[in-house]
Design a binder for this molecule. Structure first.
Ligand SMILES: [Zn+2]
Length: 111
């Protein structure tokens, strides 16, 4: 009988519930995550471009993912927002004007 146990080609760990593997692959999830982390560090531009492409292809998923992230990290989200506002004061006030206009339009509409 052939054993289906896979051995990670990177760290040598055996596939198990504690050490799940990537589908159709010879490396464990831990090594894969580390590989991805290193790849991102080595290719920040490519990573950003890939992210951008994904967002363009899946605008709804992208929106949901960032919403989820904000819910999980309310403090970081707030921090990111304020630092963005500081870096883009003009754009921020422009967006606020648009937002206020929209609010007025909503209120102005008859129920
Ligand atoms: Zn491994």
């Amino acid at each position: 009988m052939i054993s289906h146990t896979r051995i990670c080609s990177k760290c040598g760990v055996e596939e198990s519930q504690q050490h799940p593997f990537i589908k159709q692959s010879k490396i464990c999830k831990t090594c894969y995550a580390e590989y991805q982390r290193q790849w991102r560090a080595a290719n920040p531009e490519k990573h950003r471009a890939a992210n951008q492409r994904w967002r363009e292809r899946h605008p709804e998923k992208s929106k949901a993912a960032s919403q989820q992230w904000r819910e999980k990290h309310p403090e970081s989200a707030k921090y990111h927002q304020t630092s963005w506002q500081k870096q883009h004061p003009k754009e921020h006030s422009r967006r606020q004007v648009i937002w206020k206009q929209k609010q007025r339009e909503k209120k102005g509409k008859p129920a």
